[in-house]
Write a protein that binds this ligand. Structure first.
Ligand code: ATP
Ligand code: MG
Length: 521
C-alpha cells in the first residue's frame, strides 16, 4: 500500500511537473481553455443571465425602473404568483396590481421566455442611531436564457421602456396651465412661469356638434400629426402644427380645444398674451412648456396689438428696449387702451418667431391653436398656411350639428319635429350654444317634445327678428341712398346761384331792353 502511495505520489508529482512545464510553455492558451471549459460547465448547469434594475441609481430615481413598473402593471401576472399588491403610481389615474416581494411572473418576447422578479430589502442607516427610519430598497431582476441575450439587450428592454412610457402617457392626469405674470415674483422664481391645475373637461369629438365630415377630417389630421414623428424629421420640419379656429361666439371654439386635448391626451397651455411683457418673456414661457401639449391663444384679435407690419414692429421693438422711451411715448398718448398696447413690448415678429421661426423648435410634438371671432382682423402673416396649417370655421348650428346635440342632450336620433327644425336651421343663424340651451332643460314628464317645440318657437322668433332687421336695414339703406342723393343735389345746387345769376342777368337784360329800348346800346 505504502509503495503504491509513493508510486501515486511520484506519478502526481510527475503530472504536476509536466503541467507546470506545459503552463510555462503555453500558459495563456491553457488558461483560456480551462476558463472556457469551466464556463461551459457552468452554462450547462445554469444557462441563465440576470439583469437587475434598481429603483434608485446613484441616489437618483431610475427611469427604467418606473417604466418596468408601468409595463408590468398591464401584464397579466403568472398564476404562480400568490402575493400581489395594489399600488397607485405618481401622476397615474388608476391603481395597478403588481408583484409583491419575492414574487415573479413570466413574459414572452420573440420566442424568449423572460422571468421578472420583484425584490425588496429593508435597510437601516446605522449612522443615524436608533431613531433612523428604515429605507426600502426595491428592484426588479430579469432572468432569461443566455441564448436570448441579444434579443433582450437590444430589443426587449427598448420595447419595455417604450411601452412603459406609452402607458404612463395614456394614464397620466391632464393638466391645464396658465401664465399670469412674467417671472417677477416669489412664486415664479420657485415654481416656474406657469401655474397648473388638473384638466377635467368632459368635451370629446363625440359630443362636439359640427359637420361629421369636417370632424372626421380634423380627427384624421390630429392622428397623422401625433404619429408623424418620422415624417416630420424626414422632411426637416419642427414637429408642430397650428390650427386657427374662427367663427361667431358660442359656436364651440373653446369646446373644440378641450375635445382635441382629450383626444390626444395632451396638456393645455393657455397663453395669456396680455400678461406677456415682451418677446423675451414669450420665449421664456415657451421654454417651460413640455412636449405633447397644446399652446392656446384665445381671441387673438383682442389679445395685443399684433396687426402692425413686421418691419414697423421691429423698429418699435428696438425703441422699446429703452424703457424710458416707451414711458415717454405712453405719456403723450391720451387713450389709455392704446397706451397699454404700445407699452406691451410683445411684437408680431416676436410671436411669429415663436410659432414658426427658429424658436418653434423648442419642444417637440406641440400644437398651437388660435381662436378668433374675426378672422379678417388678423394680420395675414400670422395665419398664413405653415403657421396656422388648418383653418377651421366653427359655424352656426346646421342640422347635422343639431342632431349631435339632440343625441347628447335628449338621447334621441330622430323625431317628427326634426324636419321642421331642419328647415328653420337653414333659414336662421343660431349658435350651437343657444340651441343647446333649449335642449338642456329637459322635462322628463313632457319628453323631448317640449324642448324641441321651445327650440322651434325660438327659431321662428329669431327668423321674424331677422326679417324685421332685414326690413329695417333695407329701410335704412333706402334712407341713406336718399340722403346721399339729396346731399349730392344740394352740392349741385350750390353751383346754381352762378347759373341763376346768369339767367336772371339775361332776363333782366331782356326786360331792360324791352322797357328802355333806347338804352340798349
Ligand atoms: N359645436 C358645439 N358642440 C357642442 N357644444 C357646443 C358647441 N358650440 C357651443 N357649445 C356649447 O356652448 C358653450 C359655449 O361654447 P364655446 O365656449 O366653445 O364657444 P366659443 O366658440 O368658444 O365662444 P366664444 O367665441 O365666445 O369664445 C359650451 O359650453 C358648449 O357646451
Ligand atoms: Mg371661447
Amino acid at each position: 500500500m505504502g509503495t503504491s502511495l509513493t508510486e501515486v505520489g511520484s506519478r502526481l508529482a510527475g503530472i504536476m511537473f509536466i503541467w507546470g512545464t506545459i503552463q510555462q510553455l503555453f500558459p495563456q492558451i491553457i488558461r483560456r481553455r480551462i476558463e472556457t471549459f469551466w464556463n461551459r460547465l457552468e452554462n450547462y448547469f445554469y444557462p441563465y443571465v440576470e439583469i437587475t434594475i434598481d429603483e434608485f441609481s446613484s441616489g437618483i430615481n431610475n427611469e427604467i425602473y418606473n417604466h418596468v413598473n408601468n409595463y408590468l402593471s398591464t401584464k397579466s401576472i403568472s398564476n404562480d404568483a400568490k402575493h400581489l399588491k395594489a399600488e397607485k403610481f405618481k401622476n397615474i389615474k388608476s391603481c395597478a396590481v403588481i408583484l409583491d416581494e419575492g414574487e415573479s411572473t413570466i413574459d414572452e418576447f420573440q420566442g424568449a421566455k423572460l422571468c421578472w422578479r420583484f425584490h425588496k430589502e429593508t435597510l437601516r442607516d446605522d449612522s443615524q442611531g436608533h431613531n433612523s427610519l428604515p429605507i426600502e430598497k426595491k428592484s426588479y431582476s430579469l432572468t432569461f436564457n443566455q441564448e436570448y441575450r441579444e434579443i433582450v439587450t437590444e430589443k426587449y428592454l427598448k420595447y419595455v421602456m417604450e411601452e412603459g412610457k406609452a402607458i404612463e402617457f395614456k394614464n397620466k392626469k391632464q393638466r391645464i396651465y396658465c401664465n399670469d405674470n412674467n417671472g417677477d415674483n416669489y412664486y415664479t422664481r420657485w415654481y416656474g412661469m406657469w401655474k397648473h391645475i388638473n384638466f377635467e373637461h368632459p368635451a370629446t369629438f363625440d359630443t362636439l356638434a359640427m359637420d361629421p365630415k369636417k370632424k372626421e377630417e380634423i380627427k384624421n389630421d390630429l392622428v397623422a400629426f401625433s404619429e408623424g414623428k418620422n415624417f416630420y424629421s424626414s422632411v426637416g420640419k419642427a414637429w408642430k402644427r397650428g390650427y386657427l379656429l374662427y367663427g361667431p361666439p358660442g359656436t364651440g371654439k373653446s369646446t373644440m380645444i378641450a375635445a382635441i386635448a382629450n383626444f390626444l391626451n395632451y396638456d393645455i397651455y393657455d397663453l395669456e398674451l396680455t400678461s406677456v411683457k415682451n418677446n423675451l418673456g414669450l420665449k421664456k414661457l415657451l421654454m417651460e412648456t413640455t412636449s405633447k401639449s397644446i399652446i392656446v391663444v384665445e381671441d387673438i384679435d383682442c389679445s395685443v396689438d399684433l396687426t402692425g407690419k413686421r418691419k414697423k414692429k421691429k423698429k418699435e421693438e428696438n425703441s422699446d428696449d429703452d424703457d424710458s422711451d416707451s414711458d415717454s411715448d405712453s405719456d403723450s398718448d391720451s387713450d389709455s387702451d392704446s397706451e397699454k398696447k404700445k407699452s406691451s413690448k410683445l411684437t408680431l415678429s416676436g410671436l411669429l418667431n415663436c410659432i414658426d421661426g427658429i424658436w418653434s423648435a423648442c419642444g417637440q410634438e406641440r400644437i398651437i391653436i388660435f381662436t378668433t371671432n374675426y378672422k379678417e382682423k388678423l394680420d395675414p402673416a400670422l395665419i398664413r398656411r405653415g403657421r396656422m396649417d388648418m383653418h377651421i370655421e366653427m359655424s352656426y348650428c346646421k342640422f347635422e350639428a343639431f342632431k349631435v346635440l339632440a343625441k347628447n342632450y335628449l338621447r334621441i336620433e330622430t323625431h317628427d319635429l326634426f324636419e321642421e327644425i331642419q328647415r328653420l336651421l337653414e333659414e336662421v343663424n343660431m349658435s350651437p350654444c343657444d340651441v343647446a340651451e333649449y335642449l338642456i332643460h329637459k322635462n322628463t314628464s313632457g319628453g323631448p317634445e317640449i324642448c324641441l317645440n321651445n327650440l322651434i318657437q325660438a327659431l321662428k322668433e329669431a327668423k321674424e327678428e331677422a326679417k324685421e332687421k332685414a326690413n329695417q336695414d333695407q329701410k335704412e339703406t333706402k334712407e341713406e341712398v336718399k340722403e346721399n342723393q339729396d346731399s349730392r343735389e344740394a352740392k349741385e345746387n350750390k353751383k346754381l346761384p352762378a347759373k341763376l345769376v346768369t339767367t336772371s342777368y339775361g332776363r333782366l337784360k331782356k326786360l331792360f331792353k324791352k322797357s328802355v329800348p333806347y338804352l340798349s346800346s
